[in-house]
Write a protein that binds this ligand. Structure first.
Ligand code: PEP
Ligand code: MG
Length: 325
């Protein structure tokens, strides 16, 4: 099966009726193996930078981070590299940063919140990313955004880092895009206003499912309640995508749903044009795209949103997409 699907690795991801889908990579450590994916993808849709901070006893310096970010940008030669700022807390811990124990870490001081409460640490990362931005096409995005206030604060931190670099005579790209992850329902419901405030958004379906269904994504006791095929997921994603599409701004999906052909088909039908995934999913998703017309994907998305049971959604998708899996 794998050798058959491998031939799709290098095909253009265009639907039979001519809709181009950007197929991007999720990366973490910027290993040579990950960067080799530049040969058959349209960019990096999610660079999980927290892996630079994990498993070490002191925070990475600005210079260390700059070198890694530069390496990734150069490897992707002008294609977008979507750098997600530090997403720590929740399931991910840092040895180099002592944090108080929390009752509900997934609802706690996580990701952007943690960065805003540690301005010096945040600024070091922002400066490193801005310095690297002149070596490629950097898109910067913030995780765990829950309000417009969060976006204003994140933007202010970026502006402060830019001001510092300017005073020091250090160059950065004026073209860097700023975006948010949509992984909290509150921000999905504010998409009309968010789409006017940022350059792009990326849906983090892993956390979106956790927060929408109120199910801890790490707790096996409630695993059956974590239903990414819950019709509410597709309704909310469709709702959040619409304002971005009509503003002409990029909206993608970088959670697991983007790399699963069953859910990716629905996402395409909801108008999503960027899917980011682990390297092993790329040929499967390209196979799906080259075989599924946008018109048919739209019909499937309509049906799915009006199905009641997650298990019926899955069954329907398996039947509809049989030939393309
Ligand atoms: C997500 O939440 O879907 C996501 C891509 O981020 P992570 O899995 O790193 O939390
Ligand atoms: Mg997440």
């Amino acid at each position: 099966h794998m050798s058959q699907v491998k031939k799709y690795l290098n095909v253009e991801p265009v639907t039979p009726d001519g809709r181009r889908i950007e197929v991007e990579l999720n990366i973490a450590c910027a290993t040579p193996q990950e960067l080799a994916g530049a040969a058959y993808t349209d960019g990096v849709g999610l660079f999980r930078t927290e892996f630079l901070y994990m498993g070490r006893d002191r925070l990475p310096t600005e210079e260390e981070q700059f070198q890694v970010y530069r390496k990734v940008l150069e490897a992707f030669q002008g294609r977008p590299v979507t750098l997600r700022t530090l997403d720590i807390g929740g399931d991910k811990k840092l040895d180099c940063l002592a944090l108080p124990k929390e009752e509900n870490p997934f609802l706690g001081n996580r990701a952007l919140r943690l960065c805003l409460s540690h301005p010096q640490m945040f600024k070091t990362q922002l400066r490193a990313a801005l310095r690297a931005s002149v070596y490629g096409n950097l898109w910067m995005m913030f995780p765990m955004v829950s309000s417009m206030e969060d976006i204003h604060q994140a933007k202010a931190a970026v502006q402060e880092a830019k001001n510092e670099l300017e005073m020091e005579g250090i160059p950065y790209s004026e073209d860097m895009k700023l975006g948010v992850m949509i992984e909290i329902p509150a921000i999905a419901l504010m998409a009309d206003q968010i789409a006017k405030e940022v350059d792009f958004a990326s849906i983090g379906s892993n956390d979106l499912c956790q927060y929408l269904t109120a199910t801890d994504r790490m707790n096996p006791a409630v695993a059956e309640y974590y239903r990414s095929f819950h019709p509410a997921m597709f309704r909310l994603i469709g709702y959040a995508a619409q304002p971005f599409l009509s503003e002409g701004k990029e909206i993608g999906v970088c959670g697991e749903m983007g790399g699963d052909p069953l859910s990716a088909a629905v996402l395409i039908g909801l108008g999503i044009t960027r899917l980011s995934m682990g390297a092993s999913s790329v040929p499967h998703i390209k196979k799906l795209i080259t075989g599924l017309s946008y018109e048919r994907a739209k019909e499937i998305a309509q049906k799915v949103q009006h199905t009641a049971l997650a298990q019926d959604v899955r069954r329907l998708l398996q039947e509809e997409l049989q030939q393309l899996l």
